[in-house]
Ligand binder design. Structure first.
Ligand code: CS2
Length: 496
């Protein structure tokens, strides 16, 4: 859609021109900061920022968010030029609605001024730090749980240079905070990882140990720190020119930080905030003692099904998740995956039926207004597959059950790693373990069994019990053989 009129830029000065229904729920620039958020991507803007704005709107509190982009400059520049305002467009089959969010109290770029971020973390006004930094930023060995060797992180923790990694920033910030006696703080992971709170705590603890700080300092940091776990859920595709055009049409001004998302938004948070928190329960969030069952539900029955759709869809040439769902028989296979394998693999939150949740998920994936690219879901598979698919399979196998639909998803990932769609077009591999995976495939690529052997030897990805499970290997090999010989469409048509 081409929009030619120069409409001016979103900002405090143009707020009055916005349609009433698109104005923020709080007066932008008037809410002092209480939260620092690391990772200014589309997901944060459409999820935590929206819930936090609604909480401040409903119950007040000094909970403005300072948004920190670790690396990317684009979003920081766009927001800085807009007085930290941006819009969220909610997309349904029937239309769109756009609202400007006023929760950001400022933005920073960590890569160009890491010391400013460290100082911010040591500011007594800041009592909550939230993070959306993606799975790969946690830098813990998935098998041993030990901090992965990384020269950049080691330098962040053992020299005086300004920190360059996210864990380095956090550790240095917490030390500065303890030195300044700035009071308690909660670090809140909003990434799609199992036990994300405990994982973040372990990451921070191991960083502090590596930094060789005295025990008394460690105790001071620990006494003031909590890491509540969370489950976060909203489908937020990467923004495009179309997103920005839609925002401009709705607002009458240009918003270069616009995001678009589905209507659904869910946030389950463990209520452990020693320095206080926004009244997120007034903004639809569920506060609980244990987010674990919600996390497993979401990772297995939403993200696992998303990944299944993305790998099978990408191989069949589908550009988006909606296109993929139009593949004949895919929805039936996904329903069997949910009912026969995901549902019996774990205990869901009280009152939740996993098959019903799965139906809701399929309806959400089918939202025709959301163009979520299969390539986006398919990226970083080595970081996503364990909690999304492999833990389901491992739990089933440990209980002596079949995991053949999960095996199909693993086979689709392996075929995706081989790099070509069913009709021979290249599929790029965007994964932090890409070199390892390619090297493994170079040894094993000649037969399906060789590919399975090669990738099942990558122990950071495949849990040991599954790697040693001949029946599971045979199931994956069988599916991979079918996918290679007949392609996705015929494999789905013949799937029993
Ligand atoms: C998706 C998620 O890109 C992906 O891997 O599966 O980002 C998904 O859209 C969100 O987790 C939904 O809450």
């Amino acid at each position: 859609m081409a929009v030619t009129v120069d409409t001016g830029r979103l900002g405090l000065a143009t707020l009055r021109r916005l349609p009433e229904a698109s104005r923020p729920l709080v007066r932008p620039g008037t809410v002092p900061a209480g939260i620092v958020h690391l990772g200014l991507g589309a997901f944060h803007r459409a999820h935590q920022a929206v819930h936090t704005e609604a909480a401040i709107g409903a119950a007040g509190g000094d909970w403005g968010i300072i948004g920190v982009a670790p690396r990317s400059t684009d979003v920081v520049e766009a927001l800085a030029a807009q007085d930290a305002l941006f819009s969220v467009t909610t997309l349904t089959a029937d239309g769109a609605s756009t609202r400007v969010i006023g929760a950001l109290a400022g933005v920073r770029h960590a890569a160009s001024d890491p010391d400013a971020v460290v100082r911010l973390l040591a500011d007594p006004a800041i009592r909550v730090v939230t993070l959306t930094v993606t799975e790969k930023a946690y830098q813990l060995d998935p098998v041993t749980g030990a901090l992965a060797a990384d020269p950049e992180l080691t330098a962040d923790l053992t020299t005086d240079r300004p920190p360059r990694t996210v864990p380095g920033l956090l550790a240095r910030g917490l030390l500065a905070r303890a030195a300044a006696d700035a009071g308690p703080i909660a670090l809140v992971s909003c990434d799609n990882l199992p036990a994300n709170g405990r994982r973040l705590r372990s990451l921070v603890d191991q960083c502090l140990t590596l930094a060789r700080v005295p025990d008394a300092t460690l105790d001071r940091v620990a006494a003031q720190l909590t890491c509540p776990g969370t489950m976060v859920d909203r489908i937020v595709p990467a923004s495009t020119d179309e997103t920005r055009d839609t925002a401009r049409l709705a607002l009458g001004v240009t918003d270069l930080a616009a995001v678009a998302a589905e209507p659904w938004s869910q946030w389950v948070i463990e209520d452990d905030f020693p320095g206080g928190r926004p009244a997120w329960e007034r903004a639809g969030a569920v506060l609980t003692d244990d987010a674990g069952p919600w996390e497993r539900l979401k990772l297995r029955a939403l993200n696992g099904v998303h990944s299944a759709t993305a790998y099978l869809g990408a191989l069949a040439g589908a550009e988006t998740v909606v296109d993929a769902l139009a593949l004949p028989h895919l929805d039936a296979v996904l329903r069997r995956l949910v009912a026969e394998e995901i549902a019996p693999s774990f205990t869901p939150p009280p009152g939740v039926s996993v098959p019903d949740y799965g139906e809701q998920v399929l309806a959400r994936f089918g939202n025709p207004a959301i163009r979520y690219r299969t390539a986006q879901v398919a990226s970083d598979g080595s970081q996503k597959l364990p909690q999304r698919v492999l833990h389901t399979a491992a739990d089933l196998r440990a209980a002596g059950r079949s995991a053949r639909w999960s095996a199909l998803v693993v086979a689709a990932w392996l075929r995706f790693l081989l790099g070509h769609t069913d009709d021979g077009r290249p599929l790029p591999l965007d994964d932090p373990l890409a070199d390892r995976l390619r090297a493994a495939l170079a040894d094993g690529r000649h037969t399906p069994a060789g590919v399975v052997d090669a990738i099942f030897a990558v122990r950071e990805v495949i849990p040991a019990d599954l790697a040693a499970d001949d029946e599971f290997r045979a199931a994956v090999t069988g599916w991979l053989t079918a996918l290679e010989r007949h392609g996705v469409r015929a494999t789905l048509a013949g799937a029993r």
